[in-house]
Design a protein around this ligand. Sequence first.
Ligand SMILES: [Zn+2]
Length: 298
Amino acid sequence: MMKSFIKRIIFYSLVGCLIYLTAWADEKVPVFVSIVPQRFFLEQIGKELVDIQVMVEPGASPHSYEPKPSQMAAVSKALVYFAIGVTFEKAWLKKISASNPRMLVVHTDHEIRKIPMDVRHHNSDQEDQNAVKHEREGLDPHIWLSPPLVMAQARNIMKGLTQADPMHQSIYEANYQAFLKMLAALDVELKDIFAGEQGTQFMVFHPAWGYFAEAYGLKQVPIEIEGKGPKPSRLKGLIDHARERNIKIVFVQPQFSSKSAEQVAKEIGGRVAFVDPLALNWAENLREVASKFKAAVK
Ligand SMILES: [Zn+2]
């Protein structure tokens, strides 16, 4: 009698444990990323094992974003935060990690060599040279727009997920390998698009495409420098330059107003066109951007 009672207790506790374990294994790892394209990267590597929330909401600028109280509450329940080094993190990442001390903060820009914004700036006159000197500390944060640099970010993401959820290490590693293949194929595809177009220049309002330009042998000509619109003398220089190089399109992005872009476009008898550095459908978006840049100078 007693024996079967104990057996029953053992049986039911085992069933209980099993139910508990299954429920736990079904739970997704709650993670946060800073910007929308990182959601795409996390989806590739974490797939159905992660639940992803994005800090900088669509339409907002990662340079100046301020998290909402509801987002601060949500991030306090996350297991991992994947930072990427965008400007708003300078002001907020400490507060974010203080709100959740147990959360793992992964710097996905780890071991990526960033280039100062000013190196690529097109400056023709002395006034610009001086303006640029002031901004020397600024490193270009737009590392998510170059497939070769995303390969390094993917590795950091895979390592972070593995650290937070070691039970699924082999799945994360396999997904990471598949993502690397996709990135390598995209890289080849983009190289093909720009084969024989080395040195092609494209004019943009906000200089988000420096690493992209670098990867494919192009040159970005930005209107805005470090969040500031151009002085009249620089504007004139840009217009002359566009005329010289037969640039007919000025690219803008949805997150910034584009008055000076429109002004330049009008002066050169061209037009303004949209390219979005923060699109969710990251790979497809880069293909589209590539064909727009290619078509911009003809
Ligand atoms: Zn930007």
